[in-house]
Write a protein that binds this ligand. Structure first.
Ligand code: FAD
Length: 381
């Protein structure tokens, strides 16, 4: 089977991790990326134990951990800084392996790119359509060129052109809140733990990165693609989060406007098929989730390892694609649905409901939280 050629559409975390995993199993891969260079948006990323475990399978965990930061705990706070719930990352690490790890996205991409032969990478190639031709798949690109290969792995993200061709009714859905993100230097702010603060005017997460930088994100309820919100600058966010606990006002005020990234939060309503004969959807193209559980990239990384496993185990690639689908559908649906629900709870805007929610969350017994963690982190490859 190793003489078979796999074409991967998209050079994000899913595409690159899969290229590494397949190459390690002796498969030939070519990656086609629409951007002029393989470069992620410059925000941060939190990887949970399941993702690090997957990278361990690929022999990359140490290199990745070296370039990021392990965080001792994760807390959800109210807007006055009082703990609503807290996860003991130390305990979780002992149980599941390295947990609550943060990394600047370009650093993760760099590690993956170092594992890939640059001649396999083709940039400025936006896939627009696919067709089956005999025993092969032909991909057409926006520039008029095309590429023939044995099998196609579609990893071009939530707006995937190929998925829209295969599943025409699979449009991204807006979650009802919009998000600003930035990575900034933090002189004078000795931050150690990751936090998320839930208030009635919005939610803000702070994640320390390596090299004295932090990644923060802020989610505020609002209409889809709101023109006013799209024009918000750091000063508007300072106003929105006025009265929130230290160091939120300082961090927002310290953020240069040009560092701000703004996106509406969207996901993909679960679809029921990932495998289409010689074509397979993976990563956000298959199961994009809202970021509330911090699992989007983690699931894309799991995809890479599980696909490589199934390709080694099965004689026929089409059977491996179907076996992948069987293993991945229930798990990714659980994550997408759970994260959607969690977003609804985290983004409550009514101050009375916020107080009720916070009180209820404080009463949840540890064993209930642990059971949920087990379902997310206790992955067995
Ligand atoms: C605000 C926010 C915070 C998040 N935080 C976390 C987190 O902390 N932890 C976590 O695990 N996940 C997180 N995620 C989710 C995570 O970012 C995604 O799940 C992950 O990046 C998906 O990787 P991907 O490779 O499938 O897709 P993408 O990262 O979208 O990559 C797709 C690639 O395909 C390329 N492409 C697009 N169209 C075409 C085309 N037609 N032809 C060729 N190439 C194309 C793109 O340029 C891109 O390089 C977050 C998401 C958001 C929005």
């Amino acid at each position: 089977m190793s003489s078979k050629h796999f074409t991967i559409i998209g050079g994000g975390i899913a595409g690159l991790s899969t290229a590494v995993a397949l190459k390690q199993k002796g498969f030939q891969v070519s990656i086609f990326e629409s951007a002029p260079e393989i470069k992620p948006l410059g925000a941060g990323l939190v990887l949970a134990a399941n993702a690090i475990k997957a990278y361990k399978k690929l022999g990359l965990a140490e290199k990745i951990i070296e370039r990021g930061r392990i965080l001792p705990s994760f807390s959800i706070l109210d807007q006055w800084g009082k703990v609503i719930t807290q996860a003991d990352a130390q305990g979780l690490s002992e149980k599941y392996g390295t947990h609550n790890f943060s990394i600047h996205r370009p650093a993760l991409h760099q590690v993956l790119l170092e594992e890939i032969d640059p001649t396999c990478l083709h940039v400025n190639k936006a896939a627009v359509r696919v067709e089956n031709i005999g025993d092969q798949v032909l991909v057409h690109f926006k520039d008029g060129s095309s590429h023939l290969s044995d099998y196609l792995i579609v990893a071009d993200g939530i707006h995937s052109a190929i998925r829209r061709q295969l599943v025409p009714n699979s449009a991204p859905r807006y979650a009802g809140y919009t998000c600003w993100r930035a990575v900034i230097d933090t002189p004078g702010l000795a931050m150690n733990e990751a936090t998320e603060t839930w208030g009635s005017k919005g939610r803000i997460g702070i994640v320390p990165l390596a090299d004295d930088r932090i990644y923060w994100f802020a989610c505020v309820n609002g209409p889809v693609q709101d023109a006013k919100m799209s024009a918000w600058r750091s000063a508007d966010l300072v106003k929105q989060f006025k009265g929130f606990h230290h160091p939120i006002p300082e961090i927002l005020a310290h953020t240069p406007d040009e560092q701000l990234l703004w996106h509406d939060i969207i996901d993909l309503k679960p679809i029921s098929k990932f495998a289409y004969g010689r074509i397979l959807l993976i990563g956000d193209a298959a199961h994009a989730t809202t970021p509330n559980m911090g699992q989007g990239a983690c699931q894309a990384i799991e995809d890479a390892v599980i696909l490589a496993d199934e390709l080694s185990a099965q004689d026929k690639v089409e059977s491996a694609f179907l076996a992948f689908e069987k293993r991945r559908l229930p798990r990714t649906h659980f994550i997408v649905n759970g994260s959607w629900q969690m977003g609804k709870i985290a983004q409550l805007g009514n101050p009375i409901l916020v107080r009720v929610r916070n009180s209820l969350f404080r009463m949840i017994p540890d064993r209930v939280n642990e059971k949920q963690m087990e379902k997310v982190l206790g992955v067995d490859f």
